[in-house]
Design a protein around this ligand. Structure first.
Ligand SMILES: [Zn+2]
Length: 203
């Protein structure tokens, strides 16, 4: 079932989400619905608060090798995810959010992270993540703390409509935008609207 995605302004996005203590069929159903919702939206990550559930669960789906077209996608459903290690190295990249349609921002994230959590069957998970996948996880786990990427962004802008799927480097609409370095090689992380970034939009 495709769920409604709540948008910025809804207090659930600003709440610290509850730890999941009982992993049951309802949780697994919610995870499936979140994944279906994510696929429908064209995004790459979704946190439970974005569908109005203030609990600690995220789903992420992203190509295993994002340099290859039609690379198989890797799907993650993680309960109570926790970042247990962050690389010192940070990278700047562009992110969108399914809960903040029409905008993209420049955000500095750790290049690599280690995440622990539980599978939807309660089994312990430990993930070593880097690059774009690490960025998506940091974005989604932030949602569980009530943090949105706009809180961390060094610049926020509206992607130009003419250049579908690309970052607006030259077409900036004002000075604050043109000063930002738009990393043109990557799509927005989570959630720009499908018309603006049809391939891999937002988280
Ligand atoms: Zn988001």
């Amino acid at each position: 079932m495709i769920l409604d995605i709540v948008e910025i302004g809804d207090p659930v996005l600003r709440r610290k989400a509850h730890k999941i203590t009982q992993i049951d069929r309802d949780i697994r159903l919610l995870a499936d619905d979140m994944l279906e919702t994510l696929r429908d939206s064209g995004g790459v990550g979704l946190a439970a608060p974005q569908v109005g559930e203030s609990i600690r669960m995220i789903v992420v789906e992203y190509p295993e090798d994002d340099t290859v077209e039609d690379s198989p996608k890797k799907t993650y459903k993680v309960i109570n995810p926790e970042i247990i290690w962050r690389s010192e190295e940070t990278v700047e990249g562009s992110e969108g959010c399914l809960s903040i349609p029409g905008y993209v921002g420049t955000v500095v994230r750790n290049e690599s992270i280690k995440v622990k959590g539980l599978s939807v069957f309660g089994r312990p998970l430990k993930l070593n993540l880097s690059g774009w996948t690490a960025r998506i996880f940091q974005h989604e786990i932030d949602h569980l703390e009530g943090i949105c990427y706009i809180d961390r962004a060094t610049a926020i802008y509206q992607p130009s409509e003419e250049k579908e799927g690309e970052q607006p480097a030259e077409e900036a609409q004002d000075n604050s935008i043109s000063e930002t370095k738009a990393p043109a090689e990557k799509p927005a992380a989570e959630g720009s609207s499908p018309s603006e970034a049809p391939e891999k939009p937002e988280a």
